[in-house]
Design a protein around this ligand. Structure first.
Ligand code: PRT
Ligand code: MG
Length: 214
């Protein structure tokens, strides 16, 4: 494909990417919330968007099915980043990765006495590194969503999840007891495409860079 293919997930990343796309003269021809199309044309005949699951974005870019993509740092850490160039923190879809437990569970005391904790999460790699660095013994339980449920039904003592407003934790009587890292979304670029199509891709990367807002 001689044009540019950009992989995006619908929802918050798509919404918050619109101003960045606009800075590169790219306006989607359809709204992925209402259209069922997975390939969207744009105002630029040489640019198309592909709509993928958030956790699949790095895979599409890694294999060159998309030249560019936008993915959360949470997703990139789990993927590993192979074959990807990550030139920009776009500072969108911001939140934090945290450890949370049921209100009333004394996490600090459990850690102090060296208890083995069962931790449910979608973010196995990040959680493993975090607890290993702290010397906390954990059994990690892989889930694909709704982590907040796990401690409420006895599947886990704690969860590692993303927190933005804190409303989901509060609604489920959970409290964040430890911050792991701040999270935002990055522009990712297929390394081979950057070499082969630099004259096409670099102006888009530069336009995104100029449109990043704190
Ligand atoms: O939905 P799907 O399974 O396809 O994937 P996804 O949930 O990862 O996708 P999406 O579109 O929901 O999120 C895309 C990216 O947005 C993530 O990879 C993060 O980098 C970023 N992001 C920013 C968030 C949040 N904020 C966020 N709050 N992703 C998820 N959440 C969830 C969180 O997991 C928790 O369940 O929202 C809930 C907490 O929100 P608050 O506001 O109640 O604290
Ligand atoms: Mg989601």
């Amino acid at each position: 494909m001689t044009g540019i293919t950009i992989a995006l997930s619908k929802g918050r990343i798509f919404e918050e990417t619109l101003p960045l796309l606009a800075a590169a003269g790219i306006v989607p021809a359809d709204d992925p919330e209402t259209s069922r199309k997975l390939i969207l044309g744009t105002s630029r005949p040489d640019v198309r968007l592909v709509i993928v699951r958030a956790s699949d974005t790095p895979t599409y870019v890694q294999y060159g099915a998309a030249d560019l993509g936008i993915a959360g740092k949470d997703v990139l850490l789990e993927h590993g980043g192979t074959g990807l160039y990550q030139p920009l923190d776009l500072k969108i879809a911001r939140c934090r990765m945290a450890v949370a437990v049921p209100d009333g569970f004394d996490y600090a005391a459990a850690v102090r006495r060296g208890a083995r904790l069962r931790v449910a999460t979608k973010y196995i790699q990040t959680a493993r590194e975090h607890f290993a660095a702290k010397g906390v013994h954990v059994d990690l339980i892989k889930l694909y969503g709704s982590m907040e449920l796990a401690p409420l039904v006895g599947l886990a003592d704690a969860i590692v999840d993303l927190v933005s407003s804190g409303n989901t934790l509060k609604a489920n009587n959970l409290v964040a007891v430890e911050d792991i890292m701040p999270i935002s979304s990055r522009l990712i670029v297929n390394q081979a495409a950057l070499k082969m199509k630099r004259e096409l891709l670099q102006p888009v990367i530069d336009a995104f860079a100029g449109a990043v807002r704190d």
